[in-house]
Design a protein around this ligand. Structure first.
Ligand code: HAX
Length: 440
């Protein structure tokens, strides 16, 4: 057994024993009440899931195993001195629950390098799609084609014991994460770079190699990829991509099937696709105004026009957060360090000064502040990655780290199939009239 797998097993055994005791003693404690409004309104605020890898605070933002993004930037190993954290380190932290050493991170990089081979039929499946296909569709098709490699599916078909589910799940998770950069880069080069592909570099880290295979050799772009892959990895368990992965995994669908399901959710414009929508919206604004340097007044008018047309301002608002997303702030810091005079990046900062008061004045938006997607595209455009339909694929590669670390935990903790109760509006009306008891 590999060292990380062994460490994971030890942690999982200890957690299992702890949770068993916790439930024995406190299993009947109530943690909240559910209102009628909540079941009609996206289950907002209902605590109904356990996700060990990260926790979101409405005011402060995300913490991964207790560490905020600035803390991770100080404490996770980096590829270059004082550089951005290596996402391998964040994955280790989420999986094992402890900060990794340099050696641990190096080990994860090596394991992923070793497991990164993508079989030819995956590329053929992607090639079978028309070139006009959205990159996220190509990506999910690639992941689904890769499902032929699932150890979990193979072991389950042979008749594996429940207590061993975690083991092939872990192997699938490591294989899948290792292979994603190759699939993502293949899609990028196929769709936008004349189908001219670049072989992986066996000496590079996971995110650095993704940049390399996409054709970006600038060291600061590689640093951006390391930061990007770290900050987009996880946002606790209830967001659409994490929840969908967990839900599908709860039916014992293997990690390939579960992750593909989650990424179909990430491809929605209210979730991960918002990163492409932000840049598209800014480009459309520039075109309409005839300038790539709009004033605050011009931005204000354009925002009001967007809202009046019944559309959302992409990149703003959040279902849980009530302050500026620290993932936005981390990217703003990166922009200040690497490209303080970039016009598009400065436009993003001007939008940040302009949008919140307008959204606040509408009186119905719970969070007028920017989320992660408000910033990412402008940094990518700076390096020449202008093909914004591709942006959600990058998000998906990063999100694999969180949702798949979680899937390892789901299987190791023996979480059952997920099946909440739903009701009909007629049943609700009968209940309100006192004709029905509360449903069991
Ligand atoms: N622009 C205009 N209107 C907005 C808005 C925005 N950015 N954000 C919320 N609203 C509107 C909602 O559409 C809703 O209007 P109605 O009552 O007329 O239906 C109202 O304000 C209340 O919404 P809310 O309770 O504040 O927000 P929700 O929890 O329902 O939705 C969303 C959260 C993120 C989906 C929402 O803020 C939104 O659509 N934002 C723009 C899209 C976006 O940036 N998505 C990415 C979110 C982060 C993420 O998942 N990244 O992957």
């Amino acid at each position: 057994m590999g060292i990380i797998k062994e460490r994971f097993k030890l942690k999982a055994d200890a957690a299992n024993a702890e949770i068993k005791d916790l439930l024995k003693e406190h299993g009947n404690k109530k943690i909240g009440e559910v209102t009628l409004a909540q079941i009609y309104q996206g289950m907002r605020g209902i605590t109904g899931l356990v996700s060990e890898t990260s926790l979101l605070d409405a005011q402060e933002g995300i913490r991964f195993r207790g560490y905020s993004i600035p803390e991770l930037q100080k404490s996770l190993p980096t590829a270059i001195p004082n550089g951005e954290p290596l996402p391998e380190g964040l994955f280790y932290l989420m999986l094992i629950g402890e900060l990794p050493t340099e050696e641990d991170v190096h080990h994860v990089t090596n394991v992923w390098q070793r497991r990164s081979h993508v079989p030819t039929h995956v590329f053929k499946a992607i090639d079978a799609l028309p070139i006009s296909t959205h990159p996220m569709t190509m990506f999910v098709v690639g992941v689904m084609a890769l499902q032929t490699e699932s150890d979990f599916a193979r072991e389950y078909a042979k008749g594996i014991s429940k207590k061993d589910y975690w083991n092939p799940t872990y192997d699938d998770v490591m294989d899948l994460i290792a292979r994603l950069p190759r699939i993502a880069a293949y899609i990028y080069r196929r769709k936008y770079k004349n189908n001219e592909h670049i072989q992986p570099d066996g000496l590079l880290d996971w995110a650095g190699n993704l940049a390399h295979m996409m054709g970006f050799e600038d060291e600061s772009f590689k640093e951006l990829m390391r930061l990007y892959m770290t900050i987009h990895a996880d946002h606790e368990g209830g967001n659409v991509s994490a929840h969908a992965t967990h839900l599908v995994g709860s039916a014992l669908s293997d990690p390939y099937l579960s992750y593909a399901a989650g990424m179909n959710g990430l491809a929605g414009p209210l979730h991960g696709l918002a990163n492409q929508e932000v840049i598209k919206w800014i480009f459309e604004m520039q075109k309409e105004l005839g300038t790539d340097n709009p004033s605050k007044e011009q931005i204000e008018d354009y925002v009001k026009k967007t809202i009046a047309a019944g559309k959302v301002v992409p990149g703003y608002g959040h279902a849980v957060l009530r302050k500026t997303d620290p993932r936005f702030t981390a990217q703003m810091e990166f922009g200040k360090k690497h490209m303080p005079d970039d016009k598009l990046v400065n436009t993003v900062w001007k939008i940040y000064e302009t949008v919140p008061p307008i959204l606040q004045s509408l009186g119905k938006i719970k969070n007028p502040w920017p989320n992660v997607d408000a910033h990412s595209g402008a940094l990518l455009v700076h390096y020449g990655l202008v093909e914004y339909e591709f942006y959600t694929v990058l998000f998906a590669v990063s999100r694999a780290l969180g949702v798949l670390a979680n899937l390892c935990w789901d299987r190791a903790l023996g979480f059952p199939i997920e099946r909440p109760k739903s009701v009909t509006t007629s049943a609700v009306k009968r209940w309100l009239k006192g004709e029905d008891e509360i449903w069991e």
